[in-house]
Design a binder for this molecule. Structure first.
Ligand code: MGD
Ligand code: MGD
Ligand code: SF4
Ligand code: MO
Length: 717
């Protein structure tokens, strides 16, 4: 038996794993007690990594679809056919006729993190999409406009705070997001143990609310009202700008912009008592340290951009930005923000170009994925006729997935870099699968930027990939080579670059980034980091708590913070129009995450699917009664875009008027090769969401507060 130490690549928590093996099989996985960050914590998904590695449905060979049949082919043929189709489509219809979509596991995969942008660039298309616009785009926009870099995101200093307000996040189930914090339940419990407060604002009494000191229900989608009222009070009663005064701009504009947002208005919109709002705001101002943490639930709504701006502003004017126990910035060992060449990740951008059909602005070089289907379905020059998906399942994860699927079925060409034949990849002509997560090196390029403590950890592949496998980054390199060859642009310079990149691989790039990074040998010749140093520290290295770093780390040339970016100030007018919105007379659907599930792709593991069904509709007893819905009954949920059927679970944990179900299910589509997931198929949340519903400012999809009706499902004959 051997024990191998590495980091779990499944979610943002970055848990250290100790994996026991016998030959090429995994015999056990436990938390690594010596990991300085996770200290032995892991969840049931991390423990199931062996099952993913062994999953007979996981694809191991390149696949080509001929009609409805799939055939295994050789890699060279796969690269050739993939590039040929892309080239042909672009020759025929122009560059923008090929789109690319990057899914969430891209950022958990070191090869794709470092090489993925090459593929994007090689396609030369403006039709670049990713899961960002069904997730954290508003955070990035706020950081871009306020601090000068889209990834300069303030992270809650959970381990030192005395007061944490959690709005639209459920870290006890999700294990934290834009707040990598393994063992988050214990970290939260420590806040209350040291006499601090945790306030949860959520339309559902969540697993996080259960361990908080206070929970407030809020009507879905009304958070910007609450946050603006809190900010208004904090500007009036808080400590002011403190040491930030020297470099904060437009404080006066912020104060003026917040003036109309009286607590009484917020109360009417949110359903939270005005006195409670007043108290929530004042305790943020008076606590020894405090932080507002707002995540998915306040990002994926019509005012997601406003919410993230207001949260940053509250943290600043309550004296908690860049201070211990507040919202702080990381200093990762591989630093994409301060790297000399930016590592291919820019500071962000907005509106440099627009989507063809709806004219939506690009953000950070990509377009909102809510617009992808219409770009395929709408005739005219620049229409998307081919798609490359990389580690993504947009059929289940993007709004109005069924409509997108219709468009996918009609494409001239589609290539998926993916390990499963699922709801999305079943439409592809070619699937190019990576080795398993245990057969690749691991380093969290992205999530060390978002962690509550600075640490670094690298792991070699646990099992060497076999000669008939190709890493994702190799697939990227081969596709870019083939494309360049077809365009007649693979000259000496290109060949040398290609060969250098292939030789370097992710390891070589990491080594360089570590060496030149803030803890690297370049700065600290005797004890600085290199890849070798990390490889010799299998549990990872601790680089200490987050430290104040402003104004030095700000990315505007003048090292300023813009407290009232004009587009946000302008967007308040859109918010204020909401007052007139009539009660819709329907229920509002929100999402939830389950500890045994991860987005759409981990439902093919028997252990995770055992136990109570996950994909149920939570409905308040009053709403169930008036609709004749009984416990465990099948119900039809209908929105303006479609309807689904699932099982009702009556619960007063959701507020009246609100229903909740998880996303990522709906595995009964024909042609998927997911034996276990198909027998726990559930229904897809995104068969109910509307591709037209976006945050008009950021373009992020609205995935919360969907107007639906619920009724007992017709009994089958
Ligand atoms: N209604 C609703 N919609 C949502 C959400 C929600 O809460 N509600 N959540 C949103 C969020 S936050 C996100 S991040 C997105 C996620 O949306 P996506 O990223 O589109 O989908 P995932 O479910 O993460 O699917 C990941 C895909 O990558 C493949 N894969 C896994 N690992 C690898 C790998 O290492 N290499 C390659 N090549 N492929 C791999 C899997 O087989 C799967 O097909 O969904 C969003 N959509
Ligand atoms: N177990 C598990 N863990 C995961 C994932 C998973 O699928 N499963 N996915 C991973 C990914 S990709 C991400 S991005 C993170 C996300 O992690 P989180 O940001 O913690 O996301 P959720 O757990 O969906 O929590 C969102 C909360 O917002 C609430 N909410 C919905 N609408 C509103 C609203 O209008 N206002 C307010 N105030 N609250 C609202 C919901 O009830 C829910 O409790 O989780 C990651 N971790
Ligand atoms: S919490 Fe996330 S990182 Fe940790 S074991 Fe579970 S899935 Fe893996
Ligand atoms: Mo996400």
């Amino acid at each position: 038996m051997a024990v191998h130490f590495r980091t779990c690549p499944l979610c943002e928590a970055m848990c250290g794993l100790a994996i026991e093996t016998e030959g090429r099989s995994v015999t056990g996985i436990r938390g690594d007690d010596d990991d300085p960050f996770s200290r032995g914590f892991l969840c049931s998904k991390g423990a199931a990594l062996g099952a993913i590695h062994d999953d007979p449905d996981r694809l191991r060979r390149p696949m080509k679809r001929v009609g409805q049949e799939w055939r295994e082919i050789e890699w060279e043929e796969g690269f050739e056919l993939a590039a040929e189709g892309i080239h042909r489509t672009q020759e025929r219809h122009g560059r923008d006729a090929v789109a690319i979509y990057f899914g969430n596991p891209t950022v958990h995969n070191v090869g794709l993190s470092l090489f993925g942008p090459l593929l994007s660039r090689a396609l030369r298309t403006k039709n670049r999409y990713s899961a960002t616009s069904v997730d954290q785009l508003p955070h990035q926009l706020a950081a871009h406009w306020m601090f000068g870099h889209q990834f300069l995101l303030p992270i809650p200093d959970i381990d030192r705070t005395h007061h944490m307000m959690i709005i639209g996040a459920n870290p006890v189930a999700s294990n934290g997001s834009l707040m990598s914090a393994p063992g988050v339940r214990a970290r939260l419990a420590a806040i209350t143990a040291r006499g601090g407060q945790i306030v949860v604002v959520d339309p559902r009494r969540t697993e996080t609310a259960a361990i908080s000191t206070e929970h407030c229900f809020i009507r879905p989608g009304t958070d910007a009202w609450l946050l603006a009222a809190i900010l208004r009070i904090a500007i009036e009663h808080g400590p002011g700008l403190g040491r930030h005064a020297a470099y904060v701009e437009r404080f006066g504009e912020l104060r003026a912009a917040m003036a109309p947002f009286e607590p009484s208005l917020a109360s009417a919109m949110t359903g939270i008592d005005g006195a409670v709002i007043e108290r929530l705001a004042r305790s943020l101002c008076t606590a020894e340290s405090a932080v507002v943490y707002g995540r998915f639930g306040v990002s994926t709504q019509a005012f997601g951009g406003l919410c993230q701006w207001l949260i940053n502003a509250i943290n600043l004017v309550t004296g908690n930005l860049d201070n211990p126990g507040g919202a702080m910035f990381t200093k990762p060992a591989v630093d994409a923000i301060d790297a000399p060449m930016g590592m291919g990740i820019g500071p962000g951008s907005y509106g440099r170009f627009r989507s063809r059909v709806r004219g939506l602005p690009e953000v950070g070089g990509e377009l909102p994925v809510a617009a992808l289907a219409e770009e395929m379905l709408t005739e005219g020059e620049g229409r998307v006729r081919a798609l490359v998906t990389v580690a993504g399942n947009p059929a289940l994860s993007t709004p109005n997935g069924k409509r997108l699927e219709g468009a996918l079925a009609d494409l001239e060409h589609m290539v998926s870099l993916d390990c499963y034949l699922n709801e999305t990849t079943r439409h592809a002509r070619l699937i190019l699968p990576p080795p398993s997560p245990l057969e690749r090196p691991h380093y969290d390029v992205a999530f060390h930027h978002l962690a509550v403590r600075n640490t670094a950890k690298f792991a070699e592949p646990l099992f060497a990939p076999t000669s008939d496998q190709r890493q994702d980054h190799v697939v990227v390199l081969e596709l870019t080579r083939k494309l360049a060859e077809k365009r007649g642009q693979f000259g000496l310079r290109e060949r040398l670059l290609y060969e250098a990149r292939k030789r370097l691989g992710p390891e070589g790039m990491l080594d360089a980034a570590l060496r030149f990074g803030p803890y690297g040998v370049r700065a600290f010749p005797k004890k600085g980091l290199t890849l070798g140093v990390l490889a010799a520290s299998p549990h990872g290295v601790d680089l200490g708590p987050l430290l104040p770093c402003l104004p030095a780390r700000l990315k505007f040339r003048r090292k300023t913070i813009d407290l009232a970016p004009q587009p946000f100030v302008d967007d308040l007018a859109r918010l204020r129009k909401e007052v007139a919105r009539e009660a819709r007379g329907s229920l509002e659907l929100i999402g939830r995450r389950h500890p045994r599930s991860n987005n759409s792709w981990m439902h093919n593991t028997a252990k995770l699917m055992a136990g109570k069904p996950i994909c149920t509709l939570l409905i308040h007893p009053d709403d169930a009664r008036t609709r004749n819905v009984s416990q465990g009954a099948r119900v039809t949920v209908r929105s303006n875009t479609g309807d689904i059927e699932l099982e009702a679970e009556i619960s007063d944990a959701v507020m009246p008027g609100v229903v909740s179900m998880p996303h990522g299910f709906g595995h009964s589509r024909p042609g998927v090769r997911l034996a276990i997931a198909s027998s726990h198929a559930g229904a897809s949340f995104n068969d109910l969401t509307d591709n037209d519903a976006i945050d008009a400012l950021s373009g992020n999809a609205v995935l919360s507060g969907i107007a639906v009706t619920v009724e007992p499902a017709p009994t089958k004959a």
